[in-house]
Write a protein that binds this ligand. Structure first.
Ligand SMILES: [Mg+2]
Length: 142
């Protein structure tokens, strides 16, 4: 059984394929898409714990626009931004918009994976709080 789910969103097909395969080898439920539009369509159908999101993508939606929409559709999904040196400003904007963290390209897995683990932990803590609040609510006296 897969422990967690990750959506990888990046316009570089080789990168997406490699990363998704490496995550799957670690029994993570990983799916890759090549655009913000495809990411939003998928997020409308199923949940992901963590989204790894490229900031620079051609076409209608860049990473920041995609991030804004992700936070509307799945506010509890933790987003890690992938950024080039030239777009560090955008990462800061992304963090302000609720991204968990960012990683500089070219991506080093030894840098990315610990951040992914932290993002999962944060989501777990959050989920436990929600669960505990629900339990308290259902057990309260009227
Ligand atoms: Mg790109």
């Amino acid at each position: 059984m897969e422990l967690f789910s990750i959506l990888v969103v990046d316009d570089e097909e080789d990168f997406v394929e490699t990363l998704v395969n490496r995550l799957k080898k670690r029994t993570i439920d990983a799916v890759g898409v090549l655009s913000g539009e495809d990411a939003l369509e998928l997020l409308g159908k199923r949940e992901f714990d963590v989204v790894i999101l490229d900031i620079k993508m051609p076409g209608g939606m860049d990473g920041i626009e995609t991030l804004k929409e992700i936070k509307k559709i799945q506010p509890l999904a933790e987003v890690i931004l992938l950024t080039g040196h030239a777009s560090v400003e955008s990462s800061i904007e992304g963090m302000r918009l609720g991204a968990f963290d960012y990683v500089l390209k070219p991506i080093k897995l030894e840098e990315l994976f610990p951040k992914v683990a932290q993002a999962f932990e944060k989501k777990d803590v959050h989920n436990q709080k929600i669960r505990s609040a629900k339990i308290k609510q259902s057990l309260r006296y009227w």
